[in-house]
Write a protein that binds this ligand. Structure first.
Ligand code: SF4
Length: 301
């Protein structure tokens, strides 16, 4: 029996589902039950009757799935698959910032640990961050927006208001430089440039469209253009090609590959299912508090 069949057999025996983030390796996309962004996947998994969720992504994503499915077993196939951006802030650092700004509302990007989310008023994703900010500004003057300074800057420019920010960023998206976009444009003058808001402002300024991964997928599907330059983690290109075989995609740079996302492969998924490892554990109290920030976001978006 090959590894794919072994995974499928075990998945059935354990009543498990496999979730793959858009940035995972192609073979992981292909074995997954669902491919998408971290919140969408976690919400989808919560609606299933699976007993076990294998989350092929990074640690905060598996934690988010656990927060939304507290009674299911959530597994991360590689325990070292973390997100450097999420690890740039901890609860103590956030509390110190909040103490300096006692009247501010705290909005955290979903790329944060459960512990950090537990200290936040609202959560947001890259696709609803603008909407969340607009909602909060109706009743509050100050927003602490953590941890991604580039996403915060992008939203700040759209609403014309400054936020209290954190020096966090995604090292993978930060590798994309303006010259990458300019070179790709020169090589492919017909292509539209799609950039993720985790990119530097110099990149988003050059893009035809700034969008989250899920919005990129729907944009490509509905847009008449045939060629696209993709300025985000390169893993998404496998999904884009699969869903749009008649279109052509160019990575803005091959260097935009997240080493943490690429830690998971078919062998690790198999071992994860065999040994039920590595199980995500979050205290009930932290989960309940973190869920509040997510639920408050869902009520608004
Ligand atoms: S691509 Fe960036 S934000 Fe996403 S997991 Fe990797 S380091 Fe974190």
């Amino acid at each position: 029996m090959d590894i794919t069949d072994q995974i499928k057999k075990l998945k059935k025996e354990k009543n498990a589902i496999i979730l793959a983030h858009n940035y995972q390796l192609p073979e992981v996309h292909d074995i997954a039950d669902f491919v998408g962004d971290s919140l969408g996947l976690s919400m989808t998994a919560a609606k299933t009757d699976a007993d076990v969720i294998v989350f092929c992504g990074v640690h905060f994503m598996a934690e988010t799935a656990k927060i939304l499915s507290p009674d299911k077993i959530v597994l991360l196939p590689d325990k070292k698959a973390g997100c450097p951006m999420a690890d740039m802030i901890d609860a103590e650092g956030l509390q110190a910032l909040q103490a300096q700004h006692p009247h501010a509302v705290t909005l955290c990007y979903v790329n944060t640990s459960a512990n950090v989310k537990a200290h936040c008023d609202y959560c947001c994703t890259s696709s609803n961050a603008l909407k969340m900010v607009q909602h909060i500004l109706k009743s509050h003057e100050e927003i602490i927006f953590i941890p991604d300074k580039y996403l915060a800057q992008y939203v700040s420019a759209q609403v014309g208001r400054k936020f209290i920010t954190w020096e966090g960023f995604c090292p993978t998206h930060a590798r994309l430089l303006p010259e990458n976009i300019l070179q790709a444009r020169e090589l492919h003058p017909q292509a539209k440039v799609l950039a993720h808001p985790e990119c530097r402002p110099e990149i988003t300024a050059l893009a035809d469209m700034v969008a989250s991964t899920e919005k990129m997928c729907s944009f490509v599907h509905n847009d008449p253009a045939v060629e696209f330059i993709i300025a985000t983690e390169i893993g998404i290109i496998h999904r884009l090609k699969k869903e749009n075989p008649e279109k052509i995609f160019y990575p803005a740079s091959d260097k935009a590959a997240c080493p943490n996302m690429k830690r998971i492969n078919l062998e690790k998924i198999l071992w994860s299912l065999q040994d039920l490892e590595y199980e995500i554990k979050v205290s009930r109290d932290t989960m309940d508090k973190a869920r509040r920030a997510i639920e408050r976001m869902l009520q608004i978006t």
